[in-house]
Design a protein around this ligand. Structure first.
Ligand SMILES: NC(=O)c1ccc[n+]([C@@H]2O[C@H](COP(=O)([O-])OP(=O)(O)OC[C@H]3O[C@@H](n4cnc5c(N)ncnc54)[C@H](OP(=O)(O)O)[C@@H]3O)[C@@H](O)[C@H]2O)c1
Length: 310
């Protein structure tokens, strides 16, 4: 079969012949892959730089996707940490890590949206006690996950959603946000001072700066503030001011693979798939044939989520 294959870390995968994998457990099934998203997590998997990397090569990248199963159903699936990923004509899926999609669902849209949308969905539903009416700041709202976080927060009942990001043109396009503000704009502390929740895709210096601004601007220091660390596009470490933790009822938690048990992530899949299938979120996806995977890897503009289609 054909697959995207990484033979050395630091070099993009290329489309090559690859042995068809053989199921090794009763719950495993050989599935025909229909679509697999090229998420940042897949890039770090292929680069060997993700915290779950085992450094094993060759590696077929892809952490999730949509596939046709032996019973004829079209399902969204999530793979475990494996070197046999989703960017191949066929892959091995544990059926328990899949959810049946209604016929007529666009597999490219599902493959594009589930991973970035899940980041905020799981954060709000599984890492904090989020209540309808609460206000949310999305820090780093211009990427695929950030844009969807604005919509997911609204969908889950957020009262006011503030979107902060570095690109003014992309911020202006966020029609679901109540307020948009550029990173580094001194108004950030003012407009976000009373938020209940921060969904943070940035980390690094912008997070340290935003945390100082939000905590300093707060009129009611007793009001709880949940800061959920979800991504780190601006840096793997941040100089968190100690005073922020003392001066406000601030709790910092992370949300992702590990901090949320796999069973909890799986339990959220059906509801999210339903919302996406019903057209409840705006998704900008582009299908790229498997044969062009190497070129797709070189496209790093975040305006669209690329989806590899075998
Ligand atoms: N924990 C989880 O469950 C989970 C799940 C999915 C994703 N994630 C993580 O979330 C992050 C975003 O994912 P994504 O799918 O949205 O990626 P994406 O579509 O590639 O978007 C990344 C965005 O980050 C912005 N950016 C990059 N460097 C920046 C900086 N220094 N300051 C401000 N903005 C910066 C870019 O901004 P411009 O628009 O300005 O170019 C781009 O819009 C990644 O770290 C990813 O690994 C976590």
């Amino acid at each position: 079969m054909r697959a995207a294959v990484v033979t050395s870390f630091g070099t993009p995968p290329s489309c090559q012949d690859f042995p068809v994998p053989v199921p090794g457990a009763p719950s495993q099934e050989l599935v025909e892959v229909v679509a697999a998203g090229l998420h940042p997590r897949v890039r770090s998997q292929a680069a060997g730089s993700h915290y779950t990397s085992s450094d094993e090569l060759p590696l077929v990248p892809g952490i999730d996707g949509v596939g046709r199963f032996a019973d004829g159903t079209l399902r969204y699936f999530v793979l475990p940490d494996t070197t046999m990923g989703a960017m191949a004509e066929r892959t091995l899926v544990d059926v328990r890590r899949s959810v049946v999609l209604p016929e007529g669902t666009d597999p490219v849209v599902i493959a594009a949206a589930m991973n970035p949308a899940m980041s905020s969905w799981v954060a709000l539903r599984r890492r904090i006690s989020f209540e309808a009416g609460q206000s949310v700041l999305v820090l780093g709202a211009t990427g695929n996950a950030g844009r969807l976080a604005v919509e997911v927060a609204k969908h889950l009942g957020a009262g006011r959603v503030i979107a902060a990001g570095r690109r003014a043109d992309r911020l202006a396009a966020l029609s679901s946000a109540d307020v948009t503000v550029s990173l580094g704009d001194e108004r950030l502390g003012e407009v976000a001072a009373e938020v209940d929740v921060v969904i943070d895709y940035l980390w690094g210096e912008p997070t340290a700066e935003a945390m100082r601004a939000v905590v300093t601007g707060r009129s009611d220091r007793d009001r709880p503030l949940s800061w959920i660390e979800v991504g780190s596009v601006a840096g793997p470490t941040a100089a968190i001011p100690s005073a922020a933790l003392r001066a406000a009822r601030l709790q910092i938690v992370g949300s992702g693979q590990g901090s949320v048990p796999t069973r909890d992530i799986l339990a959220e899949l059906p509801a999210l798939a339903e919302v996406i299938t019903a057209g409840g979120l705006q998704i900008d996806a582009r299908a790229v044939p498997l044969a062009e995977v190497e070129a797709a890897w070189k496209e790093t503009d975040a305006s669209q989520r690329l989806v590899i289609t075998p």
